[in-house]
Design a protein around this ligand. Structure first.
Ligand code: PMT
Length: 393
């Protein structure tokens, strides 16, 4: 759990801080809140106390707080310091080192990375003095998140809207993650494939795409340039990730082979159909009186095709098994010429298909590692950290 100090300065966007605190906690941050006097005019400290689970700090010189957790202790406690919203006045103070309230004093005392999400009227944002303050803060290694453009509370339109809380958290993740895959090109396949029988029917499997999408998002957080080839899923297309949507195994094969040139890593998390109907019927197949048979032919093995390219990327396959997990996974590692295979149990167990959680047994030549049951986001991060380690080994 990361310790984050959230500073709230005075502005109408302070109302979004309640949602920000809720989402930060949901994303495994321990949150302490500090507010300026002006911020308390927009949202009550009690609301933020209830959401963060801790008393909110507002006073620079408060005898009781100095005894319990004075500003130096609070600054030392923080692993990250986020100021959202950061008003024009707040930015001006920070940029000049004016420490006349608790928030701006904490900025001077904090040695951890600092992130600010500015929020103000568009004319105030574009004023040269605000831009000078912004430049000074950037020179002082403060990370800036937003602001966004759009309609503002004052009725005007332009830059100055605070970024949405969910976007702030994504950016925090991007800016604070160790850049283990910095500038690496990573291609990931995700989801099921649909193998059409006729205009209304197809053969598929239970893959939701969650594992592959989590890998794509985590790889991006670790600094990679990610391309995602996705089979049909209900998931929202990830922001800022080059995503190609395909339906069938044949389409996925074409997309992967087109994208693979120049990639450093390929991770085949998709549950690609092993067989497809031999012939696509152009009209709906009519019901018969008797049993019927489907004639299927093998699809091309995408991950094996990539692993046998002359300049192949570091190639990671998955193995989804209901029994003999280790034996089948090791067989696939050898037979498909993979650099690594991540094996998971599927069927009547927790994890695997269409679940938010999963566990993995990962194998490579002369090595193995087990990742215990956890949510797919965390698991993706663990697997990518291992891939980065093996890539550099
Ligand atoms: O999508 P979720 O609901 O989050 O579920 C995640 C998952 C269970 C689908 C995922 O973790 C997983 O195991 N993906 C691989 C599923 C699979 O097809 O496994 P397999 O053992 O049948 O295939 C072995 C490997 O060959 C896989 O990397 C697969 O992508 C690849 N393959 C298979 C057939 C084919 N024609 N081309 C391939 O590239």
């Amino acid at each position: 759990m990361k310790r984050i100090l959230l500073g709230i300065s005075g502005g109408i966007a302070a109302y979004k801080s309640a949602e920000l605190v809720r989402l930060l906690r949901k994303n495994d941050y321990e949150v302490r809140v500090v507010m300026t006097h002006a911020a308390t005019q927009f949202i009550t400290p009690l609301t933020l106390q209830a959401l963060s689970g801790h008393a909110v700090h507002t006073q620079l010189l408060d005898a009781s707080e100095e005894n319990a957790m004075g500003h130096i202790n609070l600054a030392r406690w923080a692993e990250l310091f986020l100021i959202a919203p950061a008003s024009a006045n707040c930015m001006a103070k920070l940029s000049l080192g004016i420490a006349d309230n608790l928030l701006s004093t904490l900025y001077l005392a904090a040695e951890c990375p600092v992130y600010i999400a500015p929020a103000m009227n568009q004319a105030m944002w574009s004023k040269p003095v605000t831009q000078e303050n912004l430049n000074r803060l950037q020179q002082h290694k403060v990370h800036i998140i937003g602001p966004e453009t759009g309609s503002q509370a004052c009725g005007e339109t332009g830059y100055g809207r605070m970024s949405e809380p969910s976007d702030i958290i994504t950016q925090l993740g991007v800016l604070s993650a160790p850049q283990l895959l910095l500038n690496k090109k990573v291609l990931i396949s995700a989801g099921p494939t649909h193998e059409a029988l006729d205009p209304v029917r197809y053969i598929t499997n239970r893959s939701s795409g969650k594992m592959g999408y989590a890998l794509a998002q985590q790889a991006q957080l670790l600094g990679a340039k990610v391309t995602l080839v996705s089979g049909p899923t209900q998931l929202v297309t990830p922001k800022n990730i080059h995503t190609l949507k395909v339906k069938s195994a044949a389409e996925m094969y074409t997309a992967v082979m087109q994208q693979v040139v120049g990639q450093d890593i390929f991770i085949s998390a998709a549950a690609v159909a092993d067989y497809t109907p031999e012939k696509l019927q152009t009209e709906k197949i009519k019901k018969q009186d008797d049993n019927t048979r489907l004639s299927l032919c093998k699809t091309q093995d995408i991950v094996a095709s990539v692993a046998n390219l002359p300049n192949k990327p570091f190639t990671v396959g998955f193995a989804a098994e209901t029994h003999n997990l280790e034996r089948y996974a090791l067989d696939k590692l050898q037979r498909k010429n993979l650099d690594m295979i991540a094996a998971n149990w599927v069927g009547k167990v927790e994890g695997g298909f269409d679940s938010d959680r999963n566990a993995l047994q990962v194998y490579w030549q002369n090595g193995k590692k087990t990742f215990a049951m956890t949510d797919k986001t965390q698991l993706a991060n663990q697997l990518l950290t291992l891939i980065a380690e093996r890539l550099n080994a």
